[in-house]
Design a protein around this ligand. Structure first.
Ligand code: NAD
Length: 266
């Protein structure tokens, strides 16, 4: 069923948004929120197994949106180019890039299994970090020259230390640094702002499926969340991303914006 837009101002009408990894979870919610505000969205999924999820997201978008779904594996450099090329071919430009695609794999730095750690390193670094870098490079070539937006999805793990997730946290540290570097390097050249939205714990399916060894130490932190003892909803994260994409948010640049009920404060 498509989303209702009753009472929603089409403030992003005419804008084209690319949301990486938007077949499920936070990315899917971001795609819906941007489309609800009038944007056309390029929904991205990595492989044929995920096409059904992407199609479900697409069919949930308002009928008025000229959105599309594109298969592109962002853990490959070619995948980043393919996604940007599909957006260019269909829309001729991108106004909003949301670098959301990311995975979390638990890793212990002293895990005796070298091959497991090497494999996790490849997967985490290639998608979370390299994918963000190369998709941004590819989209810059077609970024609208005025009031465009780059929003990177970080993670509280880049600031709040946790055990057993150091490779993942490191990839999100790269995203945090790149957000600041690009916020200095790009706006005058490309007419954009660059910000990071930083979820704490979000009740997505992949989060719920994480092993108990990861979730158990988190439980007391969620209990102590200042606003309420719960995880975020995907809609709360999506609203924050969409807010940064609105034109009046054009003076927010280089922000590291936690959406965590206060578990992450800076
Ligand atoms: P999710 O698993 O629901 O979504 C990940 C999305 O990325 C899916 O659409 C998946 O198909 C896509 N994806 C996976 N591999 C890909 C690839 N190779 N190429 C392109 N797309 C690919 O997870 P989520 O919880 O919604 O996470 C989304 C983002 O939010 C990630 O960057 C994650 O690190 C970040 N985040 C999540 C939480 C949380 O608690 N859920 C907290 C902080 C940050």
């Amino acid at each position: 069923m498509s989303l209702s837009t009753v009472g929603v101002q089409p403030t992003l009408s005419g804008k084209v948004a690319v949301v990486s990894g938007s077949s499920t979870g936070i990315g899917a919610a971001v795609a819906r929120e941007l489309a609800r505000r009038g944007a056309s969205v390029v929904v991205n999924y990595p492989d044929p197994d995920d096409k059904e999820n992407a199609d479900k997201v697409l069919s949930s978008l308002p009928l008025s949106s000229k959105s599309m779904a594109v298969e592109a594996d962002l853990s490959t450099i070619e995948g980043a180019r393919m996604l940007a090329d599909a957006a260019a071919e269909n829309f001729g430009k991108v106004d909003i890039l949301v670098n959301n695609a990311g995975i979390m794999i638990p890793t212990d730095v002293d895990d005796p299994d070298d091959s497991r750690i090497e494999e996790s390193w490849e997967k985490l670094v290639n998608l979370n970090a390299r994918g963000t870098y190369f998709l941004t490079r590819a989209v810059l070539k077609i970024l609208a020259p005025k009031n465009s937006r780059i929003v990177n999805i970080g993670s509280g793990s880049s600031r709040v230390a946790s055990t057993g997730v150091s490779i993942y946290a490191g990839t999100k540290g790269m995203i945090e640094s790149w957000t600041r570097c690009w916020a200095k390097e790009l706006p005058r050249k490309y007419g954009c702002t660059v910000n990071a939205v930083v979820p704490g714990y979000v009740a997505t399916e992949s989060y719920k499926a994480a092993p108990e060894s990861v979730k158990e130490p988190i439980k007391p932190l969620i209990e102590q969340t200042p606003v309420a003892p719960r995880e975020a909803t995907t809609e709360e994260v999506a609203w924050t991303v969409a807010m940064l994409c609105e034109e009046p948010a054009g003076w927010i640049n280089g922000a590291y914006l936690p959406v965590s009920g206060g578990t992450v404060m800076i």
